[in-house]
Design a protein around this ligand. Sequence first.
Ligand code: ATP
Length: 918
Amino acid sequence: MLKLFTSTAYVSHHVTPAIRIRSSPVKSPLLNALTQLTGWNRSSHELGRRAFSSDSEGSDTNSSAIVSKPNLNDCLTLLALPLPHKPLIPGFYMPIYVKDPKLLAALQECRRQQAPYAGAFLLKDDASTDSSSSSETEEILEKLKGKELLNRIHEIGTLAQISSIQGEQVILVGRRRLKITEMVSEDPLTVKVDHLKDKPYDRDDDVIKATYFEVMSTVRDVLRTTSLWRDQVQTYTQHIGDFNYQKLADFGTGISGANKHQNQRILEELDVHNRLDLTLEVVKKEVQINNIQKTIAKTVEDKFSGEKRRILLKEQLAAIKKELDVETDSKSAFSEKFRERIEPNKDKIPKHVLKVIEEELTKLQLLEASSSEYDVTCNYLDWLTMLPWGKFSDENFDVPRAEKILDEDHYGLSDVKERILEFIAVGGLRGTSQGKIICLCGPPGVGKTSIGRSIARALDRKFFRFSVGGLSDVAEIKGHRRTYIGAMPGKMVQCLKSLGTENPLVLIDEIDKLGVRCQAGDPASAMLELLDPEQNANFLDHYLDVTIDLSKVLFVCTANMIDTIPRPLLDRMEVITLSGYITDEKKHIARDYLEKTARRDCGVKPEQVDVSDAALLSLIENYCREAGVRNLHKHIEKIYRKIALKLVRKGASAQVPAISDTKSLAKTDLESPETSAEESKTEQSGAVAETVENFMIDESNLSDYVGKPIFQAEKIYEQTPVGVVMGLAWTSMGGSTLYIETTFVEEGKDKGGLHITGQLGDVMKESAEIAHTVARRIMLEKEPKNHFFANSKLHLHVPAGATPKDGPSAGCTMITSLLSLAMKKPVRKDLAMTGEVTLTGRILPIGGVKEKTIAARRSQVKVIVFPEANRRDFEELAENVKEGLDIHFVDKYEQILELAFGYDKSVTWFHPLRKFLG
Ligand SMILES: Nc1ncnc2c1ncn2[C@@H]1O[C@H](COP(=O)(O)OP(=O)(O)OP(=O)(O)O)[C@@H](O)[C@H]1O
């Protein structure tokens, strides 16, 4: 029996509830017809002609095996069966459900009378009903009878063989095309029909042939994708006959997913070529749908396999990470890590911190691992648990050891060292050195930072340095709030984390250059909170959000001047001044420290270079006059670099040991001069030493190494001319000498006046005016007839004109310069002076006594005049600074007159003054 599973075909594309048959596919193997179909090509055309040459009548003959009785042509009056969803294509099965008992009985009667045929007609769409609702369509079918039904069905349909009737289910097999001609009876609807014949066509027409081949090839494509249809081919050809043009068209339509209208249209088409065209359209669409279906299936499959692969890889990665102990991304691993960190010193962690850690750990468990909040919490916990809660390095208050360390690292600075030792001694007695902020103040390069490092070494504390020069963002000190993206804790928390102890020595560099209050906050207040011993036991970093105890931290600040340090900060500091080095000190530092470091850094052996004392002196005097030694260090390095190059060029490098050897040698030099001397002696005695080149650097060839001298002598005049006096000034770079020059411009009755130049600040300008008034008064007192000041226009200048200057301390120098001009007498040789003067001629104290003394020595000054009030400052100076100087302390200007001009016995009005001075 023929079994074509139209229902299965519909299931794949159209779910048709009315057709509820579920038959199992035919299990017979692929037969020749399939082979023929799938292997069909143009070369087998002849075969094709033979196979498909039979016409529809012929096919009827072929199919007589199943439709043996009666002759189909006799079936002209038939029961009309309405089909709700699809017309019946000839050659295909269709199960239908007949609920009308009358119709069912009539159908059974037909079967019994050996004329098992009926007409199957597609129900037309009704505009008033929703054709898509199959249940409604069935209801309508039940109600429609007679004429009404006739009007609702298409007049062209199919002669259907009633294959079987089981209960309500009737299985029909399409045989031929029919057309209703008239109604015979109403219930059940019986009609008269004409059997339709295809229009005649030319089988050898190229176009129809080509269309046929195209339909064939497309059907083959459809069959390739659906194995089910392959079986249908076999069955179809077996029972209906080979594929002629018409049958191929019907077969293509039957297996396609075309809708009922397309199917009906093809059914009604009697022109074979047109029918083939229409079939081609629907099978092509079928191929397209199949392709889309394949793509969708593949995408879904890929997606599934990709996702599965990802999960698998993730699991593998987690396992590998766990194995390598780098498991960090899972919640439990993180929590475990944080717990492991806090567990050993849980008792030392402050309670409030421990509480926050626990809270955050609980929160971590509730968060989604992919959320940003999760990352923030992890980072926060990382910081909290990494801090050295309750960890301290043991402090060392051994004063002799500290003294040794300080001496080892720095030459001189005895007063500074003494202050530091006092500090350590106090710390030893108290058992702690906290609660103090040391501020090392002095010009650049005097060793403030390196002293800070030495203090840390002496106390056995860890060292951390951060510069606050120009810092204006408070977040640098106090951290960002955690809500900001990329938030970080402040410098202090970073310091504690990196050092791992709660009591390091923190060097805050350039505190005098702290940024000003701005939008980002007031850095001075933040610094105060950080440094103040009263406040810093509960320092609150914005990021950490829990208070931390910084009272154990020893803060050392450095500054170039104290004037710009915020007052509240300065108040809490213990200022230690480093005022710069005199030539002699610089010489020692250069010899014992800088030369050794430079030698080590350049890989030169001690016996290869000899820098003479005179060369060093010239270097200090003519190249590196500043208070510190950083520039001197650079110049010495320059010399050694040039020597290294010369050595290499001359091939001496062959004898110079490898860099690492020289480094270790140089290091030994630094650590123990005696050992290095011995070593070098031994080497000198060896064969290598004989070949080593020796460079001698003295005053004469110094410029070959460091270029032309930068400084001319500060001393412009051997003997200061009339109207010129040497003053002493202080700058943040150290002390310096400066000349005050006054000259006569023009004379005229009551034309007396003073013109001032030299980039002087307001204070210094006022000072010059005061000096003019005081000088005029003194002259009037001593020589009433001298009207020099009243009638002379004068000009006062302070070189160098490009350098801005200010301050009152040049007052006495200006008066002396004016008087020298008035008296036309130069002041005594080698004299320098400093001191503020009041209008009544009193001398007020000045600052920078040490720097000024050092500057005076540098300019070969022998006699210095200081205010009486500065006597103590001077007496505190080291002996080597004071040595060989003739210092005079004055509190009235008249005393300076005697010192400056007393050498000239012709000035009679000095004598009473000399008596006064004793
Ligand atoms: N008394 C000294 N003995 C030995 N070396 C010294 C001495 N003073 C300074 N130095 C050396 O001079 C160099 C510069 O010192 P340092 O950097 O400490 O200066 P600073 O005062 O901190 O300068 P700045 O104010 O510019 O920061 C360092 O190499 C230091 O070792």
